[in-house]
Write a protein that binds this ligand. Structure first.
Ligand code: SF4
Length: 372
């Protein structure tokens, strides 16, 4: 098992490494090895933050990291939620592409001293079965915009069939074939666009075979994972009974949310779970991505991260991830039960709705912002 296997666990080489090591996943789970905890974290991060890298990477050995991948696949299968599978696969793909970008940027230095940690573009393309469909543009073939970063070409040509397949879910007119430069049966794409296409290919690779069939929750490995499943299900089921809220009054936000906002406005970077909580609350009270970007303009939150997360919070079936409950926020140290809130409501959105119902003379921040 190499660091590269751990960084890209969906590749054939990583799967072979697990097989060669003769690891018995059932035994691993029964003995509660660290990979199980990391597998739970992997799924939790996927559901809450849209990525799967650990918040405490130094805690895990290479084998924990690698073996957490098959464990995470079992866990996400047992959740019995198509939306969870989609989000998990998307999160694995996002993290893998960021790692690839890092590897390419560092190809001249770190990777020389740790040759087994990174991967190059060609290897990834081949592993994804896309060799022959994607090729870099010949150096100097264009007169504009063909600068290179490091050794990486700025432009690529993607076979039209592959392009249509991988760009099918991409939003924006710019992805439509009619708006693309097409020659010799290939579509010309920029490097960043290629990463976007590869992300789709990885997402599909990860989603292949999920959810697993034949896992019986009451026996074997599934039964051993009961505690981890309970935690993950709680995150998925924290729906609240609040009606639709579409009003922004910061002075009525619960302290947990106000504290997070102030922390971000003090320039402190929020941790993944904190950012998820804040974004889920703001979208839960009816704000869209543009409004949240404006609302959080004077904070450590990056517009791009806000847009990604607000998009991610919307499940494909129109439902939306709510912020976590007061109980969960307390467990994560975000809630300190200021002013005995728990006696009033069990959920930040419920609390906010009650505040709105009893408040007089409050003005929606959006009206104030429009007047400014
Ligand atoms: S009790 Fe709930 S609403 Fe109040 S601060 Fe804690 S998490 Fe927020």
């Amino acid at each position: 098992m190499t660091p590269r296997d751990a960084r890209y666990p969906f590749l054939a080489a990583a799967r072979a490494a697990v097989t060669e090591a003769g690891v018995d996943l059932a035994e691993l789970v029964a003995t509660d090895e660290p990979a199980v905890d990391r597998g739970r974290e992997r799924v939790e991060r996927a559901l809450l933050a849209g990525r799967v890298d650990s918040e405490t990477p130094d805690q895990w050995r290479v084998e924990d990291e690698l073996l957490s991948y098959p464990i995470a696949r079992i866990l996400v299968s047992l959740l019995d939620s198509p939306a969870a599978v989609e989000k998990y696969a998307a999160a694995e793909a996002k993290t893998a592409i960021e790692r690839l970008q890092d590897d390419l940027e560092n190809a001249g230095d770190e990777l020389r001293s740790t040759p087994s940690a990174g991967i190059d573009r060609e290897t990834l393309i081949t592993e994804l079965g896309l060799e022959g469909s994607i090729r870099p543009e010949r150096e100097g073939a264009t007169t504009t915009g063909d600068a290179t970063a490091g050794d990486e070409p700025a432009w690529f040509h993607v076979g039209v069939g592959t392009y249509l397949e991988l760009a099918s879910g991409a939003r924006g007119d710019g992805w439509r074939l009619v708006n693309r430069e097409l020659s010799d049966g290939a579509v010309r794409v920029e490097r960043e666009e290629l990463f976007r296409l590869l992300r789709t290919a990885i997402r599909r690779r990860v989603a292949e075979g999920l959810p697993f069939d034949g896992l019986n929750e009451d026996e074997g490995i599934a039964a051993e994972l009961e505690a981890e499943l309970t935690d993950l299900r709680r995150l998925l089921s924290e729906r609240t009974r609040v009606g639709e809220i579409d009003f922004v009054a910061r002075e009525l936000f619960p302290p947990c949310i106000e504290n997070l906002l102030q922390k971000a406005e003090d320039g402190i970077e929020l941790e993944g779970f904190e950012q998820f909580t804040l974004m889920a609350f703001l979208t839960g009270i009816g704000m869209d991505a543009d409004e949240i970007v404006a609302f959080c303009a004077a904070s450590s939150l990056e517009p791009e991260g806000i847009r990604y997360q607000t998009e991610y919070l919307k499940a494909d079936r129109g439902t939306q991830y709510p912020p976590p409950s007061c109980e969960t926020l307390s467990a994560y140290g975000i809630c300190h039960n200021e002013d005995d809130h728990w006696k009033v409501a069990g959920h930040p959105l419920e609390y906010y709705q009650q505040q709105l119902e009893t408040a007089d003379d409050v003005v929606d921040w959006r009206e104030q912002a429009a007047d400014d």
